[in-house]
Ligand binder design. Sequence first.
Ligand SMILES: [Zn+2]
Ligand SMILES: [Zn+2]
Length: 212
Amino acid sequence: MIVETIVVNHFQVNNYLIICEKTKEAALIDAGGDIDRVLKVAKKHNANIKYILNTHGHVDHVAGICDLKEKTGAKVFLHKDDQFLIGHYQNHAEIYGFQKEKTPEIDEFIKEDEFEIKIGELNVKTIHTPGHSKGSVCYVVDDVMFAGDTLFCESVGRTDLPGGSYEELKHSIENKLFTLPDNIIVYPGHGPNSSIGHEKKYNPFFGKSGLM
Ligand SMILES: [Zn+2]
Ligand SMILES: [Zn+2]
């Protein structure tokens, strides 16, 4: 698997292009914008972007969906519990400085707590991790995890936005992420990478001296 990080839009969102080396099928984890740059990276690897896998429905993570879908025909996934955020897209786009005409079109709403998608020969496992938003998910492929805004390097996602819950976030991370192997690399929606082992040890929100 090839993983390319593309930092996009004025919220500096990490979008990740994951490519199956054998079949050249690819998926973009979150589509926040700057689609021409994303397509350039895909072209460099001769990759076909077949899927857009959204970690959640916040405007900074979904504002590029329309453009990418138009240019590649990629199929768009989002957890059903963030459908309401898409309903508020135009309003949020205006507040946060995105193009408001381009309301994202979602092809498939993920309903299950755990769900699998195949990208070429890669198995992408979806884990529902509510807390930052109701429909936040993390995607695990081989020994990497794409965490969206649920878990950051030595931090966690904010929970004061609509659908957010501090208790749910804590529960999701402790019971669904910290039960994964320590060597799993964490690619968050903003900022530098980490690993499950590092976060279990150093994340200030958890452990004995945990703020949570
Ligand atoms: Zn967010
Ligand atoms: Zn974000």
